[in-house]
Design a protein around this ligand. Structure first.
Ligand code: AP5
Length: 216
């Protein structure tokens, strides 16, 4: 969890490699639906392009389906984002006898968030994320892994929309952290995401590894 641009996707990409889990990003799932130009995709686009949250009923239905399709460890990114979504997820995981182990909360300051989001780019083929300044590709504008794939920018990555997304985070998503802090069995790992990605990754990896070790 964390505000837009805190580094959720960046850290998730690293952590799934380290811990052998599947990365499930609600934003990526919704963007794929949006790109298909389906009726649902056009409905999602109205909220996403305005920087608003997609309504809970739509989110819960789409994410429940995605979670069910995963066999094994799972790292959720961007979901749940409201307490109602958290409750629906808990119910689904309880039915599967597979509760959450930990919640990682990454924080970042607003001015850093805006800079990160303005410079974010991604490969349309493999999805790898970059930043024009902080994590540039070897050849400017092109993916390191997919030789001739030109990097693209998300349609909701303009400053006005980012500010709206930050507002939605404060108004609706921060309460989810309080909801999880009320669950005794759940480990909460809070990290300062203002620092370089490698430093943040090391801290989260160590915290999750020590949870794993404590369980053995
Ligand atoms: P979503 O795709 O989840 O976007 P977000 O939460 O706004 O988060 P971002 O993807 O912008 O940021 P991130 O924290 O992953 O940062 P990243 O690692 O890429 O959601 C998009 C929209 O979908 C929402 O606005 C909403 O409409 C809808 N939606 C999604 N889920 C929903 C839900 N559950 N309920 C309702 N609606 C939902 O990093 C950003 C940039 O910074 C990158 O360029 C990266 O290279 C760079 N960077 C990262 N970390 C560092 C670092 N430590 N140092 C320097 N640079 C860094």
């Amino acid at each position: 969890m964390g505000p837009p641009g805190a580094g959720k996707g960046t850290q998730a990409e690293r952590l799934v490699k380290e811990f052998g889990m599947k990365h499930l990003s609600s934003g990526d799932i919704f963007r794929a639906e949006k790109a298909s130009n389906s009726e649902l995709g056009l409905r999602l686009a109205r909220y996403m392009d305005a920087g608003e949250l997609v309504p809970d009923d739509v989110v819960v239905e789409m994410m429940a389906k995605a979670v069910t399709q995963v066999d094994g460890g799972l790292m959720l990114d961007g979901f749940p984002r409201t307490v109602a979504q958290g409750e629906a997820l808990d119910k689904q995981l309880a039915e599967a006898a597979s509760p959450l182990d930990a919640v990682v909360v990454i924080t970042a300051d607003d001015d850093i968030i805006v800079k990160r989001i303005a410079g974010r780019r991604a490969c349309p083929l493999c999805g790898r994320g970059y930043h024009v300044t902080f994590m540039p590709p070897r050849r400017e504008g092109y993916c390191d892994d997919c030789d001739n794939a030109e990097l693209t920018q998300r349609s909701d990555d303009c400053e006005a929309t980012v500010r709206q997304r930050l507002e939605a985070y404060r108004a609706q998503t921060e309460a989810v952290i309080g909801y999880y802090k009320g669950c005794d069995s759940l480990a909460i790992v809070e990290v300062d995401g203002n620092r370089p990605a490698e430093v943040v990754a090391d801290e989260v990896t160590q915290a999750l590894a020590s949870l794993d070790a404590a369980r053995v």
